[in-house]
Design a protein around this ligand. Sequence first.
Ligand code: TYM
Length: 330
Amino acid sequence: MKTVLSGIRPTGNLHLGNYYGAMVNFLKMQEENKCFFFIADWHSLTTHPDPKMLHVNVRNVLSEYLACGLDPEKATIYIQSDVPEIAELYLLLNMHAYLGELEKTVSFKEKARQNPDNVNAGLLTYPVLMATDILIHNADYVPVGKDQEQHLEMTRNYANRFNYKYGTDYFKQPTAYNFDQELIKIPGLDGSGKMGKSEGNCIYLIDEPKEIEKKVKRALTDNGPEGANTPKPDYIENLFTILKVVSTPDVVAYYDNLWNSGATKWYGNMKKQLAEDIIKVTSPIRERINDIKNDAAYLHKVAKEGAEKARESAGKTLQDVREIMGFKSF
Ligand code: TYM
């Protein structure tokens, strides 16, 4: 049985990118593997969130995880800050992380450029905390979107470095995992590369059908192909990328053929179909979210039991690591 670990920062509601990047296939995964799904609330601190919103956002993501069908009886669902063992392993791994490599991380450079007044040490060592999340359960597979590829690569480096330094093969080599061969990047509907909360271009799982229709209708298009078999511009390719994940292959083939034939005036129909198929995916989830969110006793139980299970697994790893590194109790 393999160990699978997936995490999401609680910085808002879950969107289609999160769903297809980090969660898709989890219904099957939780049947066949030892799964950990967690909410990375420490990770969200790098941008100094409003303390009043932190808990609200954690509750949203927890409710949305459950509404998507994660089953606390089968998978361990927990909140990062409920597992103090992670903080200790993070400290230990930080001793093996070099400034040069951290400064070169793409996500660090990007965030430092966006927020030059808040380039904090937590931001710099963000990849070490993420590696800790993964290594604390010695995960085999990590479902992530394309944007997390470099962090996974760094996690393997830290695992290798630790193993090499201490002459052990304790840590496994975790592999990024997605439902296709390639890691996926769900694009924004505004023609931008990535659907993301900070990009403000998301379709949220909680969006009402009308809202989804409106967002899809507004998606950037043009007058149509300029001839038969021309390459698609990025913003049209983006629509096809989303269509591929929510619709059936015959629908994708139908619109692909229209594009390749050079025909025009079919974007409206394609958008209607796209909105309809997105709604098919999100509606059952949306309908469950509010019920779950308002069930404080259930959320308390899930978080408490999840924390206990996660701490048991994390505690075991931490004990092994302490021993390997030479810590001994008197
Ligand atoms: P976060 O919170 O930005 O995103 C959560 C997950 O959703 C994926 N994702 C996407 N996938 C495809 N297309 C998109 N447009 C898209 N937007 C988001 C992300 O790749 C991610 O898998 N550092 C992580 C959280 C984290 C984590 C971990 C993940 C902390 N520790 C350990 C896995 C394992 C993050 O910021 O994800």
